[in-house]
Design a protein around this ligand. Structure first.
Ligand code: GLU
Length: 421
């Protein structure tokens, strides 16, 4: 199954694929390719039944040449150091592609958070932050939400830092609740940024979004909000999925609002097919092979590999997830004329508004939603156009083009800084 491919190996192959089009020296490559710091922590947590359970956590700082490390914290049972290294690598180049002054980092805790009580979850979140107190800092490493983490968890982490430092330091973490220095527009930022990219791609490829069909793998925060926005643009959402399975309705499409309400009430899409006019796939991976204009992978890494890529034939893949396609899959998709909006561009809206949140925290002045939305739009459209033009200039696909831009920017920063000793 998908998790077999190493996410980090795939990330390294992506780097090499882009580096082939650049004349990088060995010195340049060693400075920017591999993560700089990998911290592993053990996290003892007092469970509600009185026992101590030991969890494992990671924080990886991939590169900080362009600014403090930036990237979310994932709570998931399948988290591995390999995965967190890959995710931190993608953050470096994601921040560089949208040209925000941040480096790349990522964190993870090996846990199935749905099995914890709210109290256990809070103690785990606080212990994670406390163990990594010296790693994080508003000018050092600024985490944020990722899969299974949310504004409440960010608030507990910020509070842990504030209690320790005896200061209110909201800029130490982003994705906070609005009451604690969060930014308007952060919750919808990943989806919104993605939709800006999809609109740009649709224009380039002459796809009319009013008649376009969409399949979404994963119905989390970013994915569900993205299809809601695309529905408002006129798209028909023919398939969605989550951990409980994949559901489709090719004729009428799926009502996104109904699905969102259903998940709010039932916690997942389980039995969605029994209550509504949708059918369930035998194997949820079939969703990826649905004949649609736009496919949105919005779950974990390595979903489209050489095993299924030949059968994955949308016109556009909008990568909401990080690392959903392997390098081998990319080659097959390119041959079949599938246009990929790569993760480090497509889902960069989240970290972009995180940066805007960090800026507002440092000013102590908070913007209206319109201001945030305008900045996000300007940054995403510029990044899309930069990547698109680079892909035309070098005659490469959008992923390689995005990495060419990112690698150039990180390399320049690293060289201008030089070596400390
Ligand atoms: N976890 C998100 C990502 O993968 C957001 C990171 C952030 O806001 O720092 O891009």
């Amino acid at each position: 199954m998908p998790m077999e491919t190493s996410a980090f190996k795939n990330a390294m192959k992506q780097f090499d694929a882009a580096a082939r089009f650049m004349n990088l020296t060995e010195d340049q490559i060693v400075m920017i390719k591999e993560p700089r710091r990998v911290t592993v922590v053990k996290l003892p947590v007092r469970m509600d039944d009185g026992r101590i359970e030991m969890f494992k956590g990671y924080r990886v700082q991939h590169n900080v040449a362009r600014g403090p490390a930036k990237g979310g914290i994932r709570f998931h049972p399948d988290v591995t150091v390999d995965e967190v290294k890959a995710l931190a690598f993608w953050m470096t180049y994601k921040c560089a592609v949208v040209n925000i002054p941040m480096g790349g980092g990522k964190g993870g805790v090996v846990v199935e958070p749905s099995l914890l009580s709210p109290g256990e979850l809070e103690r785990l979140a606080r212990r994670y932050f406390a163990e990594l107190m010296d790693v994080f800092g508003p000018d050092r490493d600024v985490p944020a939400p990722d899969i299974n983490t949310n504004p409440q968890i960010m608030a507990w982490m910020m509070d842990t830092y504030a209690m320790h430092h005896k200061d209110f330091v909201p800029a130490v973490i982003t994705g906070k609740p609005l009451e604690l220095g969060g930014s308007l527009g952060r919750m919808s930022a990943t989806a919104q940024g993605m939709v800006f990219c999809v609109r740009e791609a649709a224009e380039k490829l002459n796809i009319d979004l009013k008649t376009a069909s969409v399949a979404l793998q994963g119905f989390g925060n970013a994915g569900s909000f993205a299809v809601k926005l695309l529905r408002e643009d006129g798209c028909k959402i023919v398939a969605i999925s989550d951990i409980s399975g994949g559901y489709y309705n090719r004729g009428q499409g799926i009502s996104v609002n109904e699905a969102i309400d259903y998940v709010r009430e039932h916690k997942s899409l389980k039995n969605f097919d029994k209550h509504t006019d949708v059918k369930k796939y035998k194997d949820p991976m079939q969703l990826l092979e649905e004949e649609v204009d736009i496919l949105i992978p919005a779950t974990l890494e390595n979903q489209i590999t050489e095993d299924n890529a030949e059968r994955v034939r949308p016109r556009v893949i909008a990568e909401c997830a990080n690392g959903p396609c392997t390098v081998e899959a990319d080659a097959i998709l390119e041959k079949n004329n599938v246009f990929i909006i790569p993760d480090i561009l497509c889902n960069a809206g989240g970290v972009t508004v995180s940066y805007l949140e960090w800026v507002q925290n440092r000013m102590g002045y908070y913007w209206e939603a319109d201001r945030v939305q305008q900045d996000l739009h300007r940054i995403m459209v510029k990044a899309f156009e930069d990547v698109y033009q680079t892909s035309l200039r070098h005659k490469v696909n959008m992923r390689i083009a995005a990495f060419i831009i990112g690698i150039e920017r990180v390399t320049r920063a690293a060289e201008m800084r030089g070596l400390y000793t």
